[in-house]
Each structure stands twice: as structure tokens, then as C-alpha cells.
Design a binder for this molecule. Sequence first.
Ligand SMILES: [Zn+2]
Length: 69
Amino acid sequence: MEKTFVIARCVRCGRFLLSKAGVKTKICPYCNARFVLDRAAAVAWSESAQKARQMLAELKKRHAGANER
Ligand SMILES: [Zn+2]
């Protein structure tokens, strides 16, 4: 099955963000850092936007407080 959504972690601020698969670079909406969306940055894949958003919410919950606020 094709994975069309990627959850990536910003290399600068460490926050999680949602992106479409196939995108090469991504600009972080939180700190404006531009980084390459490769295997190092991607943490999860999903074939549906709904699922991806759910995963993103869980990751944010799990990491709440662990990163800068
Ligand atoms: Zn960032």
C-alpha cells in the first residue's frame, strides 16, 4: 500500500509536523527551518490523512514537555 503522508520531526526545533510523501524539503511551520524530508527526519508514514493526524497528536502528547515550549 502506498504511504501518502509522512510525519517528520524538525531537525532544528524537534517538533512533529505532517507532510505529504514525495516532498523533498519541508519548511517547519514552528521555527521556519528548511530541512530535507528523508529517512532521518521522517518518523512515521500513513496512507490516510486522518490516521496521520491521529499519530501526530499522539506523538505530540508523548513528547509534551520533552522539547522546548
Ligand atoms: Zn522547527
